[in-house]
Design a protein around this ligand. Structure first.
Ligand SMILES: NC(=O)c1ccc[n+]([C@@H]2O[C@H](COP(=O)([O-])OP(=O)(O)OC[C@H]3O[C@@H](n4cnc5c(N)ncnc54)[C@H](O)[C@@H]3O)[C@@H](O)[C@H]2O)c1
Length: 250
């Protein structure tokens, strides 16, 4: 098992990629702290993990609030004694064009995707320093690399996450803390299916835009996040890994 005796925090783990990552990490031996604003589905992730013999607990928190970001780390250390891994996966999907994005839209995208990630990392890495190191994985997106109409606030924050990962990696390297960014393409989550419906598109049409001719499963992003969080990536830091079926290679 690749994460035996490790303690991992995963934000936004009530659904989609976060839930798949929480379940995979638990299968690999980690004690998992499931963080989300959605209590019912967050508790469901914990139930899924425990029913398969894994260890997990739920912490209700809004990562954009500093007191919550701090409490996530405090509750993790209280329950499991240490923090080895942080996956910054929670995001606000603010899909707007330049002319329609309001100040509130920009504030929501920035406060969850950028500030929330920074605050969770600030408090978790303070504890990682005490155990001699750790790994942070930020979840970016293909939207941080390609321009598409109607995604501006979200895309801008996802591009910033790549640079945040580099800066954090440089600042934290001497503490043996690695920081990397995993950038999924189209993942067939409930959120994506809802979005396709809004756009009047189909799973098949979306798949056809990728060299691999399909969208991906949440577990395929979870596998890349696991790699970055595990010892297999022990000399990888400040890097980004596309998990996009070749979408950005075209
Ligand atoms: N689904 C895709 O196609 C896709 C593609 C590229 C990147 N991503 C990225 O993957 C990550 C997960 O996306 P997903 O598709 O699994 O989404 P999702 O909506 O299934 O999961 C996101 C979770 O984050 C939680 N969340 C939102 N704001 C929060 C906050 N302030 N505090 C705590 N939790 C909060 C939500 O309640 C939700 O459970 C995101 O960072 C997203 O940008 C997704």
């Amino acid at each position: 098992m690749r994460l035996e005796s490790k303690v991992a925090i995963i934000t936004g783990a009530a659904s989609g990629i976060g839930r798949a990552t929480a379940e995979l990490f638990a299968e690999e031996g980690a004690k998992v702290v499931v963080v989300d604003i959605n209590s019912a589905e967050g508790e469901q992730t914990v139930t899924n993990i425990r029913s398969r013999g894994g260890k997990a607990r739920f912490v209700h928190a809004d990562i954009s609030k500093e007191e919550d970001a701090k409490r996530i780390s405090e509750e993790t250390v209280k329950a499991y004694g240490q923090i080895d891994i942080l996956v910054n996966n929670a995001a606000a999907f603010v899909f707007k064009r330049l002319e329609e994005a309001t100040v509130e839209d920009w504030q929501r995208a920035l406060s969850v995707n950028i500030m929330g990630t920074a605050l969770c990392t600030k408090y978790a890495t303070a504890h990682m320093k005490k155990v001699g190191g750790g790994a942070v994985v930020n979840v970016g997106s293909v939207h941080g690399f390609v321009g598409q109409p109607g995604y501006l606030p979200y895309a801008a924050t996802k591009a910033a996450l790549v640079q945040m990962s580099r800066n954090m990696a440089v600042e934290l390297g001497s503490f043996n803390i690695r920081v990397n960014c995993v950038c999924p393409g189209a993942v067939l989550t409930e959120h994506t299916l809802h979005r396709l419906k809004e756009l009047g598109s189909t799973v098949e049409e979306m798949g056809a835009q990728h060299p691999l001719k399909r969208g991906s499963r949440p577990r395929e992003s979870a596998a890349a996040i696991l790699f970055m969080a595990s010892e297999e990536a022990s000399f990888v830091t400040g890097a980004f890994l596309m998990v996009d079926g070749g979408y950005t290679a075209q």
